[in-house]
Design a protein around this ligand. Structure first.
Ligand code: ADP
Ligand code: MG
Length: 623
């Protein structure tokens, strides 16, 4: 039994739930009805622990919910929210497979069994044909059915559904309720479902809970709740109740006289041409094939990324002011003393490696910020991290600081501190604006970027020409290094941050769909957000501190990868690392060879190469 007792919840100083107690048995179907704003959604959320409770106790199968881990609860109780916070950038297949996440640990991926369960759920709700279609390219009803399939795939003991049929036509609504009916009879799933379709649910449910103004006004079997007097008291006037001549649950209808009289002879709705039912069995192999195609695509994408990176590693050191005799350089090794060996091992190679580290870092940070903020415009730049780093670096140059701590010199240290301080500033600003939510965070980041670049200009203006020139060189960005100190100093931060983000990538997928749903699927939302934000800021700060604020990588690479290989962060994050590294290495190779022996700022190249590439990929992927 999923038992919630005396839930008392409030938003600000308004009490929404007044000591509400509800319980669902395994195999029982409870319908939650009530007028708009009665607190139905809030009650479901309160049962899942998604809204703060003043008082109340919840238990599942006799166990106190507080003694269960989030994952353990998610494996027992599945949730279908009323609507998602945004249209996530995933395909229907990806959304449904997310229902399996509560059953996975660590870096584990879906197994073939998970894929079959997902395929079966998709098939049941009738959207299997759309498995590779993105959610922003399907109808609202199709998306809603996919969301339900995702919860079914979770294979929980209890299903909490918030108006799951509100966007469906009658045929599909009935189809969904039939599936739920089967789940509760064959798998003893306990169902608690908020709904406005009183007539439909009263045909299925065992018990109706009537919620009015955050209090339970009545509960009992449909026949006892659906009376004209009861409904009039709860929903206001205008409803009437007719007995079902066939002896089933009564009908709730508009009072006589509502609508146009010529049609009150309520002919049954014209039978809509039913969607051709897919064969129910016999095609399991094809299900498997369809889903396993994805895995091959993943391996291909990763293979492509690794190949691109290796190609960059081999080709990029060849570019530069002079041609090298690579054979000699190789033969002599890193300790070689010839000019070729020195240039290759001490100048070209560390430079390429640093560009790769920075490119991977900026791209992976961009991908993370975009998932966290559910906004494609979120990048290290727009969030003000790069601006903060610039301000720190420029300040260090202005003050003429020349100390060294643990091998780090003052300018990168200050840039690093500036980047982190600006993350905190952006968080604080967002909090001051309201909730630390995605839009507020992005607005705060943009505001902070503008403020910090104004300070940078001011500091430049106040500096003598030599310092001002030094500042401009830093702001333009680049990989002017000799030897491996920069690489060695940067790599640990970037590897640590990237590893953390890889570990968080499954949770990032859930977060980029809906925070409430993510929490109901076992994600500690505040902790995950903070960790991912910190890791993305760490890699950005480490990269920018070494190479300056190089723009566009964090926007271009994640968007291009997403357009080509999809939005699953478990693939997108490693791909961003690989392609970001490749892209920046090549951009730098161009920058130092196009006008050799002079060099162009690499930021110019990233923008000139990246802008058209991004537009081209986006336009093509939309076709
Ligand atoms: P229902 O699902 O029954 O239509 P809800 O549970 O969504 O109603 O809302 C109950 C009441 O709580 C409504 O008056 C609504 O305006 C209010 N409410 C819902 N969500 C929030 C929120 N995030 N902040 C403040 N008030 C809210
Ligand atoms: Mg609601």
């Amino acid at each position: 039994m999923f038992d919630a007792r005396e839930l008392h919840a409030r938003y600000a100083d308004r009490v929404i739930l007044h000591q509400v107690s509800v319980a669902v048995q395994r195999g029982e179907w409870v319908a939650l009805i009530g007028p708009n704003g009665a607190g139905k959604s809030t009650l479901l959320k309160a049962m899942l622990g998604l809204v703060e409770l003043t008082t109340g106790a919840r238990s599942v199968d006799g166990q106190d919910v507080r003694s269960l881990s989030r994952e353990a609860l998610a494996a027992k109780v599945a949730y279908v929210p009323q609507k998602l916070e945004s249209v996530p950038p995933f395909t229907i297949g990806e959304l449904v497979l997310q229902g399996r996440y509560p059953h996975q640990r660590g870096f584990a991926f879906e197994t073939q069994a998970d894929r079959l369960i997902a395929a079966r759920a998709l098939r049941a709700v009738g959207v299997f044909e759309l498995v590779h279609r993105r959610l922003d390219e399907v109808s609202g009803g199709e998306a809603q059915r996919a969301l339900i399939a995702s919860a079914i795939a979770q294979e929980a003991d209890y299903l909490l559904l918030d108006e799951p049929t509100s966007g469906l036509d009658l045929h599909h609504g009935v189809q969904i309720l039939d599936i739920l009916q089967e789940l509760r009879t064959t798998s003893q799933v306990g169902i608690l479902m908020a709904s406005h379709d009183i007539n439909l649910v009263s045909r299925y449910c065992d018990r109706i809970v009537l919620l009015v103004d955050g209090r339970i006004a009545a509960q009992g079997p449909p026949g006892s709740i659906l009376s004209a007097a009861q409904l009039e008291g709860s929903f206001g006037e205008g409803l009437d109740v007719l007995e079902d001549p066939a002896g089933g649950a009564p009908f709730v209808v508009p009072k006589a006289g509502a609508g146009r009289t010529s049609r009150t002879a309520a002919a049954p709705p014209p039978e809509r041409e039913a969607e051709p039912r897919r064969a129910e069995s016999g095609s399991m192999p094809s299900d498997e094939q369809r889903f396993s195609l994805d895995r091959r695509r993943w391996l291909r994408a990763l293979g492509l990324g690794v190949a691109a990176l290796l190609l960059a590693l081999v080709l990029c050191p060849l570019f530069g002011a002079s041609w090298l005799n690579l054979g000699d350089a190789w033969r002599e090794g890193p300790s070689g003393t010839s000019v070729d060996a020195t240039i290759f091992w001490n100048i070209r190679l560390p430079r390429v490696l640093l560009a790769m580290l920075a490119g991977g870092a900026l791209a992976v940070a961009g991908a993370t910020f975009q998932a966290l903020l559910r906004n494609g415009l979120a990048t290290p730049y727009t969030l003000g991290v790069a601006g903060g780093a610039s301000l720190g670096a420029v300040l260090a140059i202005k003050l003429g600081l020349a100390f060294v701590v643990l091998g780090f010199s003052a300018t990168p240290l200050f840039a690093f501190a500036g980047a982190f301080a600006s993350v905190l500033a952006v968080y604080a600003l967002a909090r001051a604006m309201g909730r630390a939510d995605s839009t507020e965070l992005l607005l705060a980041g943009i505001a902070w970027s503008i403020v910090s670049s104004a300070f940078v200009l001011l500091l430049q203006y106040l500096s003598d020409p030599a310092a001002a020139f030094q500042m401009i060189r830093w702001l333009v960005g680049g990989f002017d290094v000799v030897g491996y100190v920069g690489v060695v100093q940067t790599a640990p931060f970037i590897f640590a941050g990237a590893f953390a983000l890889l570990a968080l990538s499954r949770k990032l997928n859930l977060l980029s769909v809906d925070e409430g749903l993510a929490a109901a699927r076992g994600v500690d939302v505040p902790r995950t957000r903070t960790l991912a934000f910190a890791a993305a800021s760490l890699v950005t700060a480490a990269a920018v501190a070494q190479v300056g604020p190089i723009g566009f990588v964090g926007l271009l690479v994640p968007h291009a990868s997403r357009a080509l290989f999809g939005s699953d962060n478990r693939l997108l994050i490693p791909l961003s690392l690989l392609f970001g590294a490749t892209f920046l290495a090549f951009a730098d190779a161009f920058a130092r060879s196009i006008v050799a022996p002079a060099e162009l700022p690499v930021g110019v190249i990233t923008a000139l190469l990246g802008g058209p590439t991004l537009v081209f990929i986006l336009v093509r992927s939309r076709r």
